[in-house]
Design a protein around this ligand. Structure first.
Ligand code: SF4
Length: 772
């Protein structure tokens, strides 16, 4: 670690270069911001800081505090504009200076400003789902504890530890010891905390280093400092420091670089983008966060400096070779450890607003819902544009880890678990780049055909003894109060449905159902007989790894023998469902009584060994992180290399609406659309050379979503699916069947042919596709 003398003596360019190395090593090229709404709860303050325009005298405000309905109106506007955070800004302890404040609080039944703040945080969290961040200044432990159950994070600028600054004259709350005590209490209470320094208020560089080292020491004791804001002083009209010199840009850059080098690398370093004319130097100095950016409210602390529009911020960030990502008020490391860092009352709110990385969901789209997906793949990525629209080998590896992995892919290198996780971290133009590489691979491997199979789902029962927590389809025998009644189809009805499917041109039936308590192993053989009574030709795609494992167990025969019996009775292929996520840590949360990862793999290994083929599914977006997706891909790829028995990979985005695990507030609301695009693109890359077909589930994604994914590495639209029941039970709105004309409508704008296939990807004759 550099000493203070080193930091003070090193030329600025060298210092910022070192800071960039540390920043890039810890946070890569990603720069975050928090889409937030500012709620100035009170502009009264007992302090008299010489630089402040936020605090006003009672005569200059219409009321001492915002009313609850005013607070809510601001929060709701923020929610409607896509914010996740409600930042409460307020003066410190105004009731101790102004009788009007004390009287207002007493009349409303509040003991203090902090007491009222806690009530308003709770109101906003409960009514809007926004996550409050309380920025209430120097508080004691009891006050911080009062706010902890209602604020996902809290903050207080340390500003400076220099004693006797003119800027802080008449400000009892700016006494360094009090602010250090607040920082310490917050750590003891496990509060995810924001702090920072104010540069240029009469402090020296040595003062700044002292403050940064104090923050680092508190963090070393408690691990609670999420981010440190390095804010530059700017003189403002109407303040005591109006004639003071502003913080020079190079002084701000020095302080940012010093913060990056003094603080532990995991602490995020932020500089407000609205307080500098140029953003690139801040990035060059080592920041990885822009702080709160509000689409609806002004910066009440610096009202003369408007926020840059998000597009401007994104452009500036990307022009400097970074990507921009929205975050929550609580950073991912903290969000992923809720037992330690969050009051139980806030845990679901954080999860509900999160994506798989613990950052903020970037749109209100969710799988199965009616809202169209955001257009993520429009235009060409900057890399490809620079390369004249061609050649993945021209990926500029100076642009970060995602580009580096893609450059390796272009050279034919295999992606392992770590590289797959990196690809899933793609944001902004990186997403387009990953999709472009996947689309190239798709074209090379399977050409432009978009395939589909005419099929019918037959879900013979929804009664199930298992308790998969993501499953809205199954019913216990007596759970009539859940959506839909328990049923068990008669075998004659199965035959009738097969006949009907054949009449409609289906070439496949897909058989899946719950694990009925009355089934014995012979039940599945009877189902196969019933299908063959309806058609001896139709391809029978049926029975998950769980069903065949249970069937063998209930028949008391080895799995290979049982699968051979099924094959002899007409079974051809197994669906990959029941795979969910092939990572036992996650299975323990979402399907604890189901077969485990090894049992799923073994069922498919055995099926392949007796001459059956199967596919791989992944149900993603409930509780897991990208590393579990990577493990899933690597494990199934390994098995494919062993057996060659998988025909396709089918990503199934979690449809959350009616699932028990979401209703119990224990899961996210499915993947984001960015994650959905990446799942298809990364799969195309990861399975390259091993599995040729990547399928899109129109049931969960709708027509527009499916169309985008066909530009991101996918080549297959799955089945026409007369009678889709399972996603619908979970709340999906995209219908129960898809006619060929509707499939044509998805594909036509892409200028690619729609071609009917068999289950095993034999294509219908040339031109025989769509209408055949
Ligand atoms: S996913 Fe399958 S095994 Fe699990 S509860 Fe639903 S029907 Fe039963």
């Amino acid at each position: 670690m550099l000493s203070d003398a080193d930091l003070l003596d090193t030329p600025l360019d060298d210092l910022t270069a070192l800071a960039r190395v540390v920043r890039d090593g810890a946070h890569g090229r990603r720069v975050t911001y928090s889409p937030k709404v500012f709620i100035p709860l009170t502009m009264l303050c007992r302090d008299k800081c010489g630089y402040c325009t936020f605090a006003k005298a009672p005569a200059r405000v219409t009321a001492p505090y915002l009313l609850p309905e005013e607070v809510l109106a601001i929060a709701e506007a923020g929610k409607a504009a896509g914010c996740h955070e409600a930042l409460f800004t307020l003066g410190e302890r105004p009731e101790l200076r102004y009788p009007v404040a004390a009287e207002w609080l007493a009349a409303q039944g509040y003991a203090s400003t902090v007491d009222y703040l806690a009530a308003m945080c709770r109101l906003v969290a409960e009514e809007t789902g926004l996550l409050p961040h309380a920025n209430a200044g120097a508080l004691d432990a009891t006050e911080l504890a009062t706010l902890r159950p209602v604020a996902a994070s809290q903050g207080m600028m340390l500003e400076s530890l220099a004693e006797d600054l003119d800027a802080h004259r008449g400000s009892p709350d700016k006494e360094p010891a009090r602010r250090l005590a607040t920082l310490e209490f917050a750590g003891e209470l496990a509060i995810p905390f924001t702090t920072g320094i104010l540069v240029g208020i009469g402090d020296t560089r040595a003062d700044q280093l002292a403050a940064l080292r104090a923050i680092a020491a508190a963090h070393a004791r408690h691990g609670h400092v999420q981010e440190v804001i390095v804010q530059n002083f700017l003189p403002k009209a109407g303040t005591a420091m109006f004639r003071a010199e502003p913080c020079a840009p190079e002084d701000l850059q020095w302080a940012i670089a010093a913060a990056r080098l003094v603080l532990p690398p995991e602490i995020h370093v932020q500089a407000p983008p609205n307080l500098s004319d140029e953003l690139a130097p801040l990035l060059r100095a080592g920041i990885d966060d822009w702080g709160g950016v509000s689409p609806v409210t002004a910066d009440h602390v610096n009202p003369e400096r408007a926020w840059p529009a998000l597009d401007v911020l994104r452009e500036a960030t990307e022009a400097a070779g970074h990507t921009l990502a929205p975050r929550l008020t609580i950073y991912p490391t903290f969000a992923h450890d809720p037992q330690r860092w969050l009051d139980p009352a806030l845990r679901f709110g954080v999860m509900d607003a999160s994506d798989a990385e613990g950052l903020a969901r970037d749109s209100s789209w969710c799988s199965g819902g009616e809202e169209p997906p955001p257009p993520l793949l429009e235009g060409t990525s900057p890399w490809r544009a620079a390369a004249g629209g061609v050649a993945t080998a021209t990926v500029d590896t100076g642009r970060g880890a995602v580009a580096e992995v893609l450059a390796g892919v272009a050279l034919g290198q295999e992606v392992g678990e770590a590289e797959i996780v990196t690809l899933f971290s793609a944001r902004g133009p990186e997403v387009r780049m990953v999709a472009e590489v996947a689309d190239d691979l798709r074209r090379q491997v399977v050409g432009d055909d978009v395939t589909f199979v005419r099929n019918r789902n037959i879900n013979y029962t929804n009664v199930c003894t298992f308790k998969c927590r993501f499953c809205a389809f199954s019913k216990g025998p007596l759970s009539l109060n859940l959506r839909g009644a328990p049923y068990l189809l008669e075998l004659d009805e199965i035959t009738r449905r097969v006949v009907e499917a054949v009449d409609e041109g289906a070439t496949e039936v897909c058989l899946q159902g719950g694990i009925h308590p009355n089934f014995d192993g012979d039940y599945y053989l009877h189902v196969l007989e019933a299908v063959r009574a309806g058609s001896t030709d139709i391809h029978i795609h049926g029975f998950t790894a769980l069903e065949v494992t249970e069937g063998a167990r209930r028949s008391e025969v080895p799995l290979a023998e049982y699968l051979t019996r099924l094959k002899e009775a007409g079974l051809k292929t197994l669906p990959g469902t029941a795979a969910e996520i092939l990572d036992d840590e996650i299975r323990a949360l979402i399907c604890p009584d189901k077969i485990n990862t090894e049992e799923w793999l073994e069922a498919h290994r055995t099926a392949h060994s007796v001459g059956l083929r199967s596919n791989i599914t992944i149900m993603f977006g409930s509780v897991e992180q990208p590393v579990s997706w990577a493990r899933h891909m690597v494990r199934t790829r390994d098995l494919q290399r062993e057996t060659g028995g998988f025909t396709e990979f089918v990503p199934l985005p979690f449809v959350h609406m009616a699932t028990p695990i979401y209703l119990q507030k224990k899961a996210r609301r499915g993947p984001t659309f960015r994650e959905t695009v990446l799942m298809h693109s990364v799969a195309r890359i990861a399975y390259s050379g091993d599995i040729d077909n990547i399928q899109v589930s129109w049931v969960k994604l709708g027509a527009e979503g499916a169309r985008q994914l066909l530009r991101a590495g996918a080549n297959d639209l799955g089945g026409t699916l007369m009678d889709e029941n399972i996603s619908r039970a979970a709340g999906a709105q995209h219908g129960q069947r898809m006619g060929v004309e509707e499939l044509e409508a998805i594909v036509a704008p892409l200028g690619r042919p729609l071609v009917q296939r068999s289950t095993l990807y034999a294509l219908a004759g040339a031109g025989a596709s769509a209408g055949a």
